[in-house]
Design a protein around this ligand. Structure first.
Ligand code: PNW
Length: 483
């Protein structure tokens, strides 16, 4: 992509000469041992894609009968998002989707993860469906398929219809979600073969109802938050059942969850065992009950009187078997075995020098992409895994030549993909990878201040410019290998 400058060429030439010299001076047997550099190939048919979400890219918030979601309300409330940014226009994907699908095709992507905006399909959350809202997804899906790209559809990526009374505090919302998901599955499953119920429990429960950082911006007490969490996983479980009941047979159902990921500080038996314990306990309100159909005892004991109120049948629905598990992975914690600690392990503290990407919460932990697959696979024996999101923000700028040299993103992605390759090589059933994200977009409370795309978006003109990371990804896909 970038033409070599004279200085860069000189550097490259010098490096080549140095390698040649080193090689020439090695004894023959050492050369034989080094051999040809092996290409880190992925299994044939491995699915490479990109991910997006409705409110972050679509815009067109008042078009074709869509009514507000809690994110419209929240982003229009003073002081809630960076600079008061909203998703009113975002990437205008609602109108520009054809152009963006050509970009995906050019990258060689065979999969695209998108989410359906609940309040386009049911503007009031329940009741009368809005055919014009569903039609957008019909057009989008048809366009993807016509270009050889398989749609992977998330039913809920946080844009809850504002009209739903009391949001996730109400148990009725779980039922309303199942009705909506069943309706969408019924109408799209002739062309969509993979559905995700919900995206990232902790973000639309804890961050939204406990910390108040995300819509609806509440700060509830522990018992109420645990109940919100319960309604969220119940929605997932009832959603799985409703999708299965309404979709064409053969439709696969899973979840997109940002489970807490734990990596052993040293790869010894005892530390690895510690990460396994941490994986179950550290995901006690969410992924663990989804996989086991029960809350871990340690969680119920710890929460005591604040534990969620569970009705008969809830846990069975929550533990509905899944066809695949999708994991959104951005960061992770190191864990060590510690016999003196009540749970038998400790999460390592991070020194202030620990490196992170432009978003301070994205502490760089490439091995996360290996352990995120290995531990849930070893513990729960899930049939298939997808990485449903992985990517990072960086302080992208367009240079004088009109290019974005996002070398930090390339570094981040390459290291993560290398670790995912390790999981594939060891035989873990990892089927595909969705890079977050195709485009810079509305990054929730951070508004447009954090860019996650491999295509740069000028939000004034809607011009897209593929970054260097897009060139890198195209090559990964072409060779089905780490490059
Ligand atoms: C995920 N955190 O969100 C979401 O699924 C995407 O919609 C989002 O754009 C992407 O990751 C990048 O942020 C998260 O603060 C947002 O810990 C924030 C956090 C985690 C996930």
């Amino acid at each position: 992509m970038t033409k070599l400058t004279r200085r860069r060429f000189a550097q490259t030439a010098a490096a080549t000469a140095a390698t040649a010299f080193a090689t020439a001076s090695l004894p023959k047997f050492a050369l034989a041992q080094i051999g040809k550099p092996a290409e880190l190939k992925f299994p044939p048919g491995f699915l490479w894609g990109c991910a997006t979400a409705s409110y972050q890219v679509e815009g067109a918030v008042n078009e074709d009968g869509r009514k507000p979601s809690i994110w419209d309300t929240f982003s229009h409330t003073a002081g809630k998002t960076h600079d008061g940014n909203t998703g009113d226009v975002a990437d205008d994907f609602y109108h520009l989707y054809k152009e963006d699908i050509q970009t995906l095709k050019g990258l060689g992507c065979k999969g695209f993860r998108l989410s359906v905006a609940w309040s386009r399909v049911f503007p009031d959350g329940t009741g009368q469906p809005n055919p014009k809202g569903l039609d957008f997804y019909n057009r989008l899906i048809d366009e993807l398929r016509a270009n050889g790209i398989e749609p992977y559809v998330t039913m809920f990526h946080w844009d809850l219809p504002q009209a739903i009374p009391n949001g996730w505090q109400s148990r009725d919302t779980s039922k309303a979600f199942a009705d909506y998901a069943g309706y969408v599955a019924k109408h799209l499953s002739d062309r969509v073969h993979h559905f995700f119920t919900t995206n990232e429990f902790v973000c639309f429960t804890d961050l939204s109802y406990k910390i108040g950082q995300f819509a609806p911006g509440l700060k509830l007490g522990d018992a109420e938050v645990n109940q919100v969490r319960h309604h969220a996983i119940l929605a997932h479980g009832l959603g799985v059942q409703a999708i299965r009941a309404n979709a064409k047979s053969g439709t696969k159902v899973g979840i997109a969850e940002n489970a807490n990921v734990y990596m052993p500080i040293i790869e010894t038996k005892e530390h690895i065992e510690a990460t396994r314990k941490a994986t179950r306990i550290g995901n006690a309100p969410f992924l663990t009950p989804v996989m086991e159909g029960k809350y871990p005892d340690e969680y119920l004991q710890r929460e005591g009187a604040n534990a969620p109120k569970v009705e008969p049948g809830d846990m069975k629905a929550i533990g509905s078997p899944l066809d695949f598990v999708g994991l959104n992975v951005y960061t992770a914690d190191y864990v060590r075995a510690d016999a003196s600690s009540p749970l038998g392990y400790e999460i390592e503290k991070r020194p202030t020098s620990y490196p992170h990407m432009a978003s301070p919460w994205i502490n760089i932990a490439p091995e996360s992409l290996y352990w995120a697959i290995r531990n849930p696979s070893d513990i729960w024996k899930a049939k298939e895994f997808y990485i449903t999101e992985n990517g990072c923000s960086s302080d992208d700028v367009i240079n004088a030549a009109g290019q974005v040299e996002d070398t930090d993103r390339v570094m981040y992605l390459r290291n993560h993909v290398t670790q995912m390759h390790r999981a594939a090589t060891e035989g873990y059933p990892i089927k595909g990878y969705f890079l977050w994200s195709l485009l810079d977009n509305f990054e929730w409370a951070d508004g447009y201040s954090k860019r996650f795309g491999i295509c740069y978006v000028d939000f004034k003109t809607q011009k897209r410019t593929p970054k260097q990371s897009a060139e890198w990804y195209r090559e990964v896909i072409k060779r089905n290998a780490v490059v």
